[in-house]
Design a protein around this ligand. Structure first.
Ligand SMILES: [Zn+2]
Ligand SMILES: [Zn+2]
Length: 338
């Protein structure tokens, strides 16, 4: 079968490998679509993942074969992959904080071959049925929506609050739609990419800016700053600049990932009694809620899924395109049969 194998920094090769056989408590999925994730892009740029591996963990497909002792699903079921599976026994899990499990099982497309392929073998505990009302092209997007929903929930946003979102990739776009549902009073979105800003405008933010303009943001928030800043870029300069947009007693919700240490001035944070909240992945209930919101058409992924490409085009039209600063793409899906 055809697959895209990650071989290290900026190395992704189209290979012909044997179709996997499902082991005990696994099923073989015939892949319909697999999304290119921001983390995959990071791995492509930096060499983050161990090698070699078939990348891809945002998977929608149909159960084609069943391994031994599989009770949860049957041949023909349309399913998605939920990688946030936890041990259920560690101190985090016992508190119900499953997404920060100490033994988290989240390996498909990173430590174990994933979904940029015609077929993928998946443990049944990671499979979730997708309702018929959700079209295939919206069926890979739940983890990013779940991460956005988790960030809003953990932040503690209330109706009438004010918020700024910096960085309008997939998760930032979903935070925008989620905050509108949550009933925020004033919502300011920022991205230097004009294409992403245009897509965000479809969801009616109060202010849309190409760069961090402190005067405009303060003007929109009683001159005091926002209750919440959702930082979704992970870029050190942006994280530093975001401090000045938060009101006293407000919060920086750090969604974007930065793996490079950098200088951060804590003094204004301390003096303003501000909070920094890290966000990692999602809780199972966020994943369930994400499916529910899309099925009920309360959240619209359509403008966010900007392209569906073949595996042969995965490097040029996928990874290389998505990392361009002025890219027109947000979420790119790979269709292995295209
Ligand atoms: Zn992902
Ligand atoms: Zn655990």
């Amino acid at each position: 079968m055809k697959a895209a194998k990650y071989m290290g920094k900026e190395k992704l090769s189209i290979v012909d490998i044997p179709k996997p056989a499902p082991k005990e408590k696994e099923v073989l999925i015939k892949v319909k679509h697999t999304g290119i994730c921001g983390t995959d892009l990071e791995a492509y740029k930096t060499g983050l993942y161990p090698v070699p591996v078939v990348m891809g963990h945002e998977i929608l497909g149909v159960v084609e074969e069943i391994g031994e002792n599989v009770k949860k699903c049957k041949i023909g079921d349309r399913v998605t992959y939920n990688g946030s599976i936890s041990c259920g026994q560690c101190p985090s899990c016992l508190r119900g904080d499953y997404n920060i499990c100490y033994d988290e099982f989240r390996e498909l497309g990173i430590y174990k071959d994933g979904g940029f392929a015609e077929y993928v073998a998946i443990p049944t505990e990671c499979l979730v049925a997708v309702p018929d009302s959700i079209p295939d092209k919206h069926g890979t997007i739940f983890e990013q929506l779940a991460t956005g929903l988790q960030s809003i929930r953990v932040a503690g946003v209330n109706m009438g609050d004010t918020a700024v979102i910096i960085g309008l990739g997939t998760i930032g776009q979903f935070i925008l739609q989620g905050l509108k549902l949550a009933g925020v009073k004033k919502l300011i979105v920022i991205d230097k990419n004009p294409n992403r800003l245009e897509i965000a405008k479809k969801f009616n933010p109060d202010v849309a800016l190409k760069k961090i303009a402190i005067g405009k943001i303060k003007g929109a928030t009683n001159r005091r700053g926002a209750d919440y800043v959702f930082e979704c870029t992970g870029r050190p300069a942006v994280i530093n600049a975001s401090s000045s947009l938060i009101r006293k007693g407000g919060s920086l919700i750090q969604v974007g990932i930065s793996d490079t240490p950098f200088n951060f001035n804590f003094l204004p944070f301390i003096m303003s009694q501000n909070r920094i909240q890290g966000i990692y992945a999602w809780h199972p209930r966020d994943f369930e809620f994400a499916i529910d919101l899309i099925a009920r058409k309360m959240i619209d992924p359509d403008p966010i899924v900007t392209n569906i490409i073949s595996i042969d085009d995965i490097v040029e039209k996928g990874f290389k395109e998505a990392i361009k600063p002025d890219t027109k793409e947000i979420k790119i899906l790979v269709d292995p049969y295209k």
